[in-house]
Every structure is written in C-alpha cells, then in structure tokens.
Design a protein around this ligand. Structure first.
Ligand SMILES: Cc1ncc(COP(=O)(O)O)c(C=O)c1O
Length: 391
C-alpha cells in the first residue's frame, strides 16, 4: 500500500459546496430534473458512461453511493466496484451475473457457510451444479472442470479453517480453460490483497467488516474487471441489489481510517499469535509458521494479515473448550468481525457447514477469535487466564 493511498483516504470526497469535510448523505427516490430535456441528456450520458454517476432514479444510486464506489474502485485497482446492501448480496450478485441453468461452478470447500448453501442447495434448484474443491489440493479443482464450468469461486483464507490457497495457480488454470473467477476477499480486503490486479474477474468484500469498522452497518462490494462489467451491471440493475445512501455514508466514513485500523489489527494479531503459537493444546490457524504451506501461500500474495484467526483444539473434553471460550472477559460473543472490538466464537456444526474436505474428528474443535484494537497485552492476559480451563 503506497503512502499516497493512505493520504488519499483522508483527503478524498471533501465537500467544498456544503463546506463539510465529509460528503453529505443524499437520499432520493425521485431525482428531480429541470426539464424533460435534462432527463434525456442525463440518460444519454449514462448510456455513454454507465459508471459516471448519471442517475435518473434513486435505485441506481445518488452522489453518496457514487463517491463510495469511486473510492473503492481506487482501492481495488479495478474497473468498477458495485456496492450492495450486504456482503452476501455481493456474493449472490457475482454468481447470478455469470451463471445460467445448465452451467457448473467449482467452489472452494471452506467457503462461508451461507455461500455453500446458496451454491449447493439453492442454485441446484435452477439446474446449476456445484462441485467443491479441496483448497489444499488444486488437482481436485482441475479434474472437475468440464465444458459446462462457468465460474471458479474462491474464498481466501478458508472460512473458520483458514487455508491459504495458491491464487496464482487458480488464475492460470482458469485462464487456460477460459473460465471466470471470483474471490471472497473479506479477510484481507484490497488493503492487503488486490485480486483484480492478480487476475481475478470479480472480488467480493463484506463492507460490514473492516470497511465500516464499527460493527454498526451492513454492506458489500463487488469489484470487477472490464470483461465482466456489463454482465454484472445488467444483473445489478435487474435485481436492484444496491446499497442505500445512509449505509454508504457510514462506510465511506469508516474507510477514512481503514489503513490505520488494519495496521493495528495486524500488529495486535501478530502479538497474540506469537503468544498462542507456544501452546501445544491447539494448532493456531493464522499465517505465522514460516515453513508451512499456508504461510508460504499467504506471503506470496498478501502484504499483511488481518485480525481474524482460529484455533484447532484437540480435546476429548468439549466442556473444557466451552469453558475456555466462556471465560474470556474482553472478547464479546457474537457473529461478524472486522469491528474495533475483539470477539470469540466456539464453532458448532452450523458455522462450518457439512464440508467435504474438513475432516474434523469428534475430539477436534474450532474456535474463532477476532483480535480487535484493544491493548494486545490485555488480550493476551485475558486469553491466558481463560486457557487454564482447557483440558
Ligand atoms: C467471508 C465472508 N464473506 C461474506 C460474508 C457476508 O457478509 P454480510 O454479513 O455483510 O452479508 C461474511 C459474513 O460474515 C463473511 O465472513
């Protein structure tokens, strides 16, 4: 991340017209014009330049959503970024834009469990077949490609199990076979990984997480290259999957400090990971172990790591795992992550989904920790006292 981008985030989108340092929230269903000629002129401009912010109806957006899209397009180094009401809306939009009945898609086995449900269960009702591949063995991806394969859907790292994949290899397979690619990049965000530059056609981020950063707003973004732009543009118009101006405003405000927060999440997580990595009762799921495949794949593609990590605990005593998690005092219990605060979850079956390649035995348990912006020494002390319960 260049210094200039950090500066850009602080200086962009000032509103000298209203003399406010942040742009105003422009709410509109009706966009009002001076004349019919003015409407037609705007429509002609929109046709010529669909990403220029020429709107004739509020469902297309207002200046508030346009500003956010422009900032995100710069951050992603992409052709355009669509913004959606939730991160999952962006997952849906990516898949819906490029697949049709009769197609097949190949999906990383450890995707976010609602993405698994969408592809495996819901899309099958529309005659779109899903095949899952093993993130640690890309032969399972390549061998399942058929003439019907339209899309490879990646999530990196794997949800809850944190496998890092060889992204460059996936892109080269896809390009050779002329298949489109999408990645859920919520963990890294384009601050640490720029998927469109790497060669992906689409990149999803749940803006609910680090973009907003304060656990009080939902949103999603879908970055695209020029190749898929029209398909996504048409799908977005037909589904009406667009972020509202109030949420766009809050996300733009959050982005001002994205770099500062993510740098601090990374530093805090590194300190906590150094402490956790010494404990023999579990395997730390975070890129820290220099000789591991996961670390190499992370290092190869990412410029940093965020605050979300996992523990794979081996214990015959599940109650002691529960007790460990429940004894944390500075970690809240709740879904989502990417806010300023630390969170913990004991992952039951519901969160990991019925995976093909996860292979957890009955005495293996997953715990997810989001390392927030608190003093890392306090977090370490808290984890240390809670670990006394783990048997
Ligand atoms: C990796 C990942 N992708 C997508 C989503 C969905 O985002 P949202 O909750 O904003 O719909 C989540 C939510 O937890 C997630 O963890």
């Amino acid at each position: 991340m260049s210094k200039s981008f950090k500066t850009f985030l602080k200086h962009t989108a000032k509103d000298f017209h209203n003399q406010s340092v942040n742009p105003p929230v422009v709410r509109a269903s009706t966009i009002i014009f001076k004349s019919m000629k003015h409407i037609r002129n705007t429509q002609a401009k929109a046709k010529k330049n669909p990403i220029g912010g020429h709107y004739d109806y509020g469902r297309q957006g207002t200046s508030t959503t346009h500003i956010l899209q422009k900032i995100l397009t710069k951050l992603e180094e992409s052709y355009h970024v669509f913004t959606t009401p939730t991160g999952f809306g962006a997952v849906f939009l990516a898949i819906f834009s490029v697949t049709r009945p009769g197609d097949e898609i190949i999906v990383a086995d450890p995707v976010y469990s609602p993405t698994r449900l969408l592809t495996e269960k819901f899309l099958s009702e529309f005659n779109i077949k899903t095949i899952f591949y093993n993130p640690s063995d890309l032969k399972t991806l390549e061998k399942n490609i058929t003439k019907k394969t339209k899309l490879i859907f990646v999530e990196n790292p794997g949800s809850n199990s944190f496998e890092f994949q060889d992204l460059g290899k996936i892109i080269s397979i896809a390009k050779r076979k002329k298949i489109l690619t999408a990645i859920d990049n919520t963990w890294g965000t384009p601050y640490f990984l720029k998927p469109i530059k790497l060669g992906f056609d689409m990149a999803i981020v749940s803006a609910t997480k680090y973009y907003s950063g304060h656990s009080d707003v939902m949103g999603g973004s879908l970055a695209v290259n020029k190749k898929v732009f029209s398909k996504v543009y048409n799908a977005e118009r037909i589904t009406g999957l667009r972020l509202g101006p109030d949420d766009a405003y809050l996300i733009t405000r959050g982005l001002r400090t994205l770099d500062v927060r993510l740098d601090r999440h990374r530093e805090n997580a590194k300190k906590v990971a150094a402490f956790l990595s010494k404990n023999k009762k579990f395997k730390l799921l975070y890129p820290y172990k220099k000789d591991s495949y996961n670390f190499r794949m992370w290092k190869k593609y990412y410029s940093g790591a965020s605050g979300l990590m996992g523990l794979k605990i081996k214990s015959k005593n599940v109650n002691s795992v529960r007790k460990f998690v429940n004894s944390l005092k500075l970690f809240g219990y709740g879904y989502s992550w990417g806010g300023f605060e630390s969170l913990a979850l004991h992952q039951e079956f519901r969160e990991t989904g019925k995976r093909k390649y996860l292979n957890l035995t009955n005495d293996e348990h997953l715990v997810r920790l989001h390392i927030g912006l608190e003093d890392p020494n306090d977090l370490i002390a808290d984890i240390r006292q809670a670990l006394r319960h783990l048997k």
